[in-house]
Design a protein around this ligand. Sequence first.
Ligand code: HEC
Length: 412
Amino acid sequence: MRGFLRTMTTTLMLMPVQLSAQDLPPGEGRDLVMSTCAGCHGTRNIYQSLGYTAAGWKTLASTMVDLDGAPDMDVIAAYLAAHFPPNDARAPVRVDGPVQITFESWSGPILGQRARDPVEAPDGLIWWTGQWADLVTRLDPETGEMREFDLPAGARAHTVTAAEDGMIWYTGNGNGTMGRLDPETGEITEYPMPDPAAGDPHSAIVAPDGRVYFTVQRGNMVGRLNPVSGVVDLVTMPVQRARPYGIKQARDGTIWVGANGSNHLFSLDPETLEITSHEIPDADSHVRRLDIAPDGKVWYVNSGRGRIGYLDPETDELREWPSPSGPNSHPYAIAWFDNAVWYNESGMRPDMLVRFDPIAESFQSWPIPSGDIHAGILRHMRVTRDRSALLIHQSATNTIMRVRLRRDALSD
Ligand code: HEC
């Protein structure tokens, strides 16, 4: 539990204001819930959860809090089960299909870290960020061995990504920096943003030439960092409060960005950083993440409307399909994997992993496993370097997962 108290203190300072104590219904245990649970995330997560039995609440809590140290988990669980019992308000529409997959999973030792964004480095090791614990962790998936690296306090790394030279880049979402970790030495180099308005670097990619491109969501910018000179260039989006979010690079070098605050995709010239806006129909459309297929089509989740779609930059053709669980399914992460589009329905419990076959125009979905409870959230997924597996995670239950197709099953 190293670093846990430090984590809690800075978490309380930096977390956005959420619902307060008064919002929980009165009853024995309410104060205990407030003191044990609300420090990391307020009570909003409790309202938004599926609801569980007392045993289910204990299981879920054990993925976030060390129950040995919790004051009285029985009272807490009884209170929560009485006021937030199981329900099916967020039940997904499950779609069966022919594809079979396997899930392998790992959990980091520091609970409640908001584990997220696993990525494979060139040496095959897997990295993720524990955003709320100012931590990045390296996992050897063959042995299960893990090593944790502390980041500067308050960095709140939103994502982590690996460069070809083995360096690990993270976005200092809490302290307005980009950061580079040298896994050999553990040394961290921070690159402060040249404009204080760029306070929240968010998602990042490393281009083949080593330059790092990143979004700044609230600052409404995209940045480029040259690791040789250390120079950071920033450009502001042409649409106010567009909230640039996911970022990917196409094979022709074009940088593509999703907008979490407006109905646009943006493309950027990697040299001039000139931005082109691509409007998506319907004002309530917004795009958390996107990925680019080998044919150049830009696939995106329309998180605002519960749909997925693509924009073909060659023809400007745009198509969308409703996700199986409907308008409130909130598709979030997305990746092109094994000739299909994979994404998740983060608004549902269980959070569903969905495969969309663009040729057959058919869906198939699986619950992302978390034992007897149905937690979330998958926020970012990436494919391993040999493209044999999909790396996913669950930020509530502190879990990193590797998804593979069962080829033997396919050929049966
Ligand atoms: C050390 C930090 C921490 C503490 C303490 C904590 N949680 Fe959490 N909890 C998390 C994180 C991280 C998430 C994921 C949040 C996210 O993805 O935005 C989460 C998510 C949740 C969710 C949402 C699950 C879903 O459906 O996705 C619920 C419900 C929840 N917590 C309940 C509790 C309860 C009840 C307690 C007290 C017994 C508690 N938490 C204590 C860190 C914590």
